[in-house]
Write a protein that binds this ligand. Structure first.
Ligand code: SF4
Length: 472
């Protein structure tokens, strides 16, 4: 029987995007636009909290930013400071209670919180807090931070927030909003991005700079790893409340998650992806006629590969940009329908050609197999698959939705076995050293590569065994 199927998109997924603004008369609407620009960081819920006087107003719901917010809801977000959140989750935790920002009232007054990242000791902390009488509204690890904050006896806002964050372990880029201040914090490893911008005297904090571009704001700098920033009527103040750790920014932000037009960790993402492609061409050349990207994920690397190899770049696959996350399947089976609804091969480009097919990663291998088959059906004589990151061998504990280790094809298959499974004539991945060189970190001293290398910056032994219980 036909039914509703999820779009077949085999990628790691970032779970959240953040945007906050302090001191602009259109704060609520600009936050809406800031979330809109960052929709790629989360498509299952969206929320905005705005402050007016001593009150915080919240509007949030399930769906895309444009589905959740209409004129009526934006009217209900008055005031000159606001912050918002877009969220992605796995199917089991797609519930409204987990939508962010989370807004609470405590003895300190109202406070809202949005989180990008994942805490590795959240279940342990939650058990302790529940034993001490705390009642949780959601299954989100983020709520733990608010309970810790509410229990802090520190007088100043920044001290109470710092005290609560000193108890959590793992990845956090955070935005807090109170009636008086917007507070941003980034964990000492700096796993997830967070940047500061300015517009007409108002300060902005966002996950990615593409949100600043949309509203004509100026990019000022990143919130540094381990930094806590308070923005209020006095301006911007910076604190360093956490013990320093080696910086470990998520290299996958550059490989796939971030929008190509963003500056992430100080580097333009598209230029970095092109550098990955050039490095890939040097490491793994192919005797071929054309370079074809898997759109959109392989675009940047394919540009670099074509440039370095001297082979022509060609649009051999065309993407339908207007598909949603699910579709109703036909009554009669159509081969690889799930991929076909998104991608279509261009026979006039592929016919008789030896194709270098570029993508950014292989997760389970199911989609890669269908796309290689599609390129062959489109007439390609040979398909040489080139991947602009190393084999993904392990899950992420730091805010990325990943399958289990067993589901990751590279964790239990050799490159040759994967080549055979996906049906390519040859298959090569970018090396770890090559990836680090492409992000300008030859020594590997500023990036997390744990899902490739198994070197987890916050040791897995410290990771909470109940981590899987938590949704973000
Ligand atoms: Fe990024 Fe992978 Fe590290 Fe997770 S494990 S933070 S996805 S590099």
């Amino acid at each position: 029987m036909p039914g509703r199927l999820a779009i077949d998109d085999d990628h790691f997924r970032d779970r959240c995007g953040l945007f906050g603004i302090f001191g602009h008369p259109e704060a609520g609407r600009l936050t809406y636009l800031g979330l809109y620009a960052q929709q790629h960081r989360g498509q299952e819920s969206a929320g905005i909290v705005a402050a007016e006087g001593n009150k915080l107003h919240v509007e949030k719901g399930m769906g895309l930013v444009n589905d959740v917010f209409d004129e009526h809801r934006l009217e209900a977000l008055p005031g000159d400071r606001a912050m918002g959140h877009v969220r992605y989750s796995t199917a089991g935790d797609t519930v409204a209670a987990n939508a962010q920002p989370i807004l609470i009232e405590c003895h300190r007054g109202p406070i809202a919180l949005g989180h990008n990242g994942n805490l590795v000791n959240a279940a342990k902390l939650r058990n302790e807090l529940e034993a001490a009488g705390s009642i949780f509204q959601s299954t989100s690890d983020t709520e733990v931070i608010l309970h810790l904050y509410a229990r802090s006896h520190r007088e100043k806002l920044e001290d109470a927030i710092a005290a609560s964050l000193s108890k959590v372990m793992g990845a956090f880029s955070l935005l807090f909003l109170t009636p008086d201040a917007l507070v941003a914090a980034r964990d000492p490893w700096g796993f997830r991005p967070l940047c500061i911008g300015k517009l007409e005297g108002a300060y902005i904090v966002a996950s990615e700079t593409c949100a600043l571009d949309l509203i004509d704001a100026e990019y000022v700098r990143d919130v540094e790893p381990g930094e806590l920033v308070v923005i209020d009527r006095e301006g911007l103040r910076s604190f360093r409340p956490f013990p320093p750790e080696p910086v470990r920014q998520c290299v996958f932000e550059h490989v796939y998650f971030a929008r190509p037009d963003s500056i992430v960790f100080g580097r333009n993402v598209l230029a970095t992806r092109a550098a990955m492609g050039r490095q890939l061409a040097r490491e793994s050349p192919a005797d071929a006629d054309i370079v074809v990207p898997v759109p959109d994920s392989g675009m940047g690397a394919a540009l670099g590969y074509a440039e370095e190899s001297g082979l022509p770049f060609a649009w051999g696959l065309i993407r339908n940009h207007y598909v949603g996350r699910t579709f109703i399947e036909p009554r009669q089976s159509i081969r690889s329908f799930g991929v076909k609804i998104k991608l279509n091969p261009v026979r006039s480009v592929l016919e008789g050609k030896r194709v270098v097919l570029i993508d950014d990663s292989i997760v389970r291998g199911t989609t890669s197999r269908k796309i290689v088959g599609m390129v062959r059906e489109g007439g390609a004589r040979e398909v040489h698959l080139r991947i602009s990151s190393p084999p993904t061998m392990g899950p992420c504990y730091y805010g990325i939705d990943t399958p289990t280790r067993e589901e990751l094809i590279a964790s239990n298959h050799t490159v040759e076995q994967i080549r055979e499974w996906v049906g390519a004539d040859s298959l090569s991945y970018l090396s770890q050293d090559g990836l680090l060189a492409a992000v300008g970190d030859e020594a590997g001293q500023r990036h997390c590569t744990a899902c490739f290398s198994g070197r987890y910056p916050v040791a897995v032994s410290q990771a909470d065994p109940q981590l899987a219980l938590f949704a973000k």
